[in-house]
Design a protein around this ligand. Structure first.
Ligand code: ZN
Length: 324
């Protein structure tokens, strides 16, 4: 009896464990191509095809054709991604479109590690530029991934995911993809540029863009909201900067018609956009030391909106190239 109970327990455990780990498999019919085979199992999206080839590479012939009698692993019906940097609540994300397939992004939030960037203050709370820029960058990364892009998160904080707080706790944990960030400004900028260039060499996507996100500004003027900078001789950088600006103009007109909006696009001789090999844009989303701008960063919905708008601009820019 004891043995039987133990056996049942094992059996139950196996049965419960199975659906979690088991991947669906199937054998092709005679004459069936990959597309037909996947269609038979309701997998008709481009990511199903990509995933299928990735999962079954060794079982396909050299032209990626199916072999009769071989059992193939089917890709999951819903494409889901996982990025622990987004934090426990947000780590899982659905890839719900493939409009950014073929696009690769290098996302950099300004400062980090021993350098907090600009420091504002509100109601006794310190507002560090690097923490707010990081949160917006993560939100943007998640948006881009959900649309099928490849994303490299260059500045990382192993503990801070996407946060909804108004006052983001400060830390100096940020790294440049695992490497400690040096305090020296030139070394710090060189480190992130080198990292991007190293990845850029291996990436094969036809469209690759680097984005540097800051929440400070050297301007004293209260009239100007957002600055988009590109490298002087980069026409593609200029194009992206203008596309982003147009989206921001449109959004501000719609959501804050009374306030108006002015963003400027200009070339600027900045180390990071000069040194990085992918086309790059440097954006200053406002100034965290400016009391009016602080509102833009304090509310999670506003940080999400900024990420959404940048995502929209990046999609538009990408599409304008893929059409040609
Ligand atoms: Zn900055």
């Amino acid at each position: 009896m004891k043995h039987l109970l133990a056996l049942y327990t094992i059996l139950l455990l196996v049965l419960f464990a199975l659906p979690i780990s088991a991947q669906e498999t199937a054998k092709p019919n005679k004459g069936e191509g990959v597309l037909q085979f996947l269609k038979r199992f309701n997998r008709t999206k481009p990511f199903h095809m990509d995933k299928f080839i990735e999962l079954n590479q060794s079982k396909l012939d050299k032209n990626n054709n199916l072999k009769l009698g071989v059992t193939y692993t089917l890709p999951p019906v819903n494409n889901e991604g996982y990025e622990p940097l987004f934090g426990e609540q947000q780590a899982k994300y659905a890839i719900d479109s493939d409009e950014l397939n073929g696009a690769c992004f290098y996302l950099v939030s300004g400062h980090g590690g021993p350098d907090p960037g600009a420091i504002g203050e509100l109601q006794g709370h310190p507002l560090h530029e690097d923490e707010y820029a990081y949160d917006i960058m993560l939100r943007l990364a998640r948006n881009l991934l959900s649309k099928g892009a490849k994303v490299h998160i260059i500045i990382q904080d192993a503990k801070d995911g996407i946060r909804d707080d108004k006052f983001l706790a400060v830390s100096d944990r940020e790294t440049c993809m695992g490497q400690p960030i040096p305090l020296n400004q030139i070394k710090r900028l060189q480190q992130r540029s080198d990292k991007i260039n190293e990845l850029f060499k291996k990436d094969k996507e036809p469209y690759r863009r680097a984005l540097f996100i800051h929440l400070d500004s050297r301007s004293e003027s209260k009239q100007i909201d957002v600055f988009f900078y590109h490298y002087e001789s980069s026409t593609k950088g200029k194009h992206l900067a203008h596309t982003l600006q147009e989206v921001f103009n449109r959004k501000y007109d719609k959501h804050q018609p009374l306030r108006g909006f002015s963003g400027t696009v200009s070339p600027r001789d900045l180390y990071v956009i000069k040194q990085t090999h992918p086309v790059a844009v440097f954006v200053e989303l406002g100034n965290i030391q400016n009391s009016r701008d602080q509102q833009r960063f304090l509310l999670k919905d506003n940080r999400q909106a900024l990420a959404n708008w940048m995502c929209e601009g990046l999609i538009e820019d990408y599409k304008s190239y893929s059409k040609k």
